[in-house]
Design a binder for this molecule. Structure first.
Ligand SMILES: Cc1cc2nc3c(=O)[nH]c(=O)nc-3n(C[C@H](O)[C@H](O)[C@H](O)COP(=O)(O)OP(=O)(O)OC[C@H]3O[C@@H](n4cnc5c(N)ncnc54)[C@H](O)[C@@H]3O)c2cc1C
Ligand code: FES
Length: 314
């Protein structure tokens, strides 16, 4: 049976606010690699949000994403179920992770960033590296994809803030121990900005090359609007086309943090507005046009009008 475009074919709730979805998007998987992302629009009036390609299958023509509900768009997304359709799925976007035989590679994930880390860890294992996966989470409930990580065959270590699984404390304690005893040749860290900043600061002292995946606010995702710009090694970079992965020792994390807060008031207002409407939210499924045309995901990028991100960043 032919599936509708961008149809949700699987939905799984990992915790109170974290979900996994598998969606049909047959033009995305060919050419997709670890480290890349998609831009998703939930409905015709919605903003675009970037989400990492957690997994993809060319045979099935599907992509998988794991997302945490933090605001209006992720909230709307969480209200959809199997059989509903997304408005757009555009991708693959961004530069793939550099994967090679580096030797010992520590893959460090925090929170929902663990989902983004999964295809990277898998690719590093596939390239013949000796991989150690170090995961940090608030608690057991928020620890996602542990089973998939363990299935990779790499050594997996966990730290939780409350000690409900693994070591009690932050993932940086696992990184410190690995840096001292195991001495990785490379670290790849994906997670909240403070975690990536802390890991980079730590590994700088040990001289270990550290790659981080930046979650800058994005709009078009194709290098045109400048919303995602960040500073790396004193140079301005566009996270969507030059990244999202950069040398963590060169990233200006303070600037990234400041820019992530630029739309806080608008995000707050949008959230309040949507909270009042969420119970009545009905997704206009069935209105998606047939799968044809050009563009990254089978049709041209939709126009950039509207939305609180429809204006340039500072
Ligand atoms: C390349 C890339 C890959 C990403 N992959 C994932 C993923 O796999 N899973 C996932 O859950 N999230 C991911 N994110 C973050 C995700 O895009 C944001 O959480 C989302 O845009 C929030 O939209 P919203 O409308 O729900 O919340 P908003 O109302 O826009 O924001 C709510 C809160 O989240 C913060 N926020 C907004 N945008 C971001 C952002 N880009 N990064 C971090 N915090 C943000 C705001 O400061 C605010 O505190 C990724 C971001 C990038 C740039
Ligand atoms: S989102 Fe990167 S330039 Fe627009």
């Amino acid at each position: 049976m032919a599936r509708a475009r961008f149809e949700i074919v699987e939905k799984e709730r990992y915790s109170e606010d974290v979900y996994r979805m598998k969606v049909t998007a047959p033009l995305v998987p060919p050419g997709a690699s670890a480290g890349q992302f998609i831009i998703v629009r939930v409905d015709d009036h919605g903003e675009r949000i970037p989400l990492t390609l957690m997994d993809f299958s060319t045979e099935e023509g599907t992509v998988e994403m794991v997302f945490q509900v933090v605001g209006t768009t992720t909230d709307k997304l969480s209200l959809l179920g199997v059989g509903d359709c997304l408005q757009d799925v555009v991708g693959p976007l961004g530069m793939p992770t550099e994967v090679d035989q580096f030797g010992r590679v520590a893959c460090v994930g925090g929170g929902v960033g663990i989902a983004a880390l999964y295809p990277i860890a898998r690719a590093m294992v596939g390239a013949g590296n000796d991989v150690r996966v170090l995961l940090g989470s608030r608690d057991r409930e928020h620890l996602v994809l542990l089973d998939r990580m363990e299935a990779l065959g790499a050594q997996v270590e966990v730290a939780t803030d409350d000690g409900s699984v693994g070591t009690k404390g932050f993932v940086t304690s696992l990184v410190k121990e690995a840096a001292e005893k195991w001495k990785p040749d490379r670290v790849v860290a994906v997670g909240p900005v403070p975690m990536m900043a802390a890991v980079s600061s730590l590994t700088r002292g040990y001289g270990i090359l550290t790659v981080v995946s930046l979650n800058a606010i994005m709009l078009d995702g194709t290098g045109m609007c400048g919303t995602c710009r960040c500073e790396v090694g004193g140079e301005t970079k566009f996270s969507c086309v030059d990244g999202p992965e950069f040398d963590g020792h060169q990233v200006d994390f303070d600037l990234l943090t400041a820019r992530l807060g630029v739309y806080r008031d608008e995000e707050e207002q949008s959230r309040k507005r949507f909270d009042g409407m969420a119970a009545e939210y009905r997704h206009p499924c069935g209105e998606a046009p047939p799968l044809e045309g050009g563009g990254l995901s089978g049709r041209p990028l939709p126009p950039l009008e509207g939305g609180r991100r429809g204006r340039p960043g500072p």
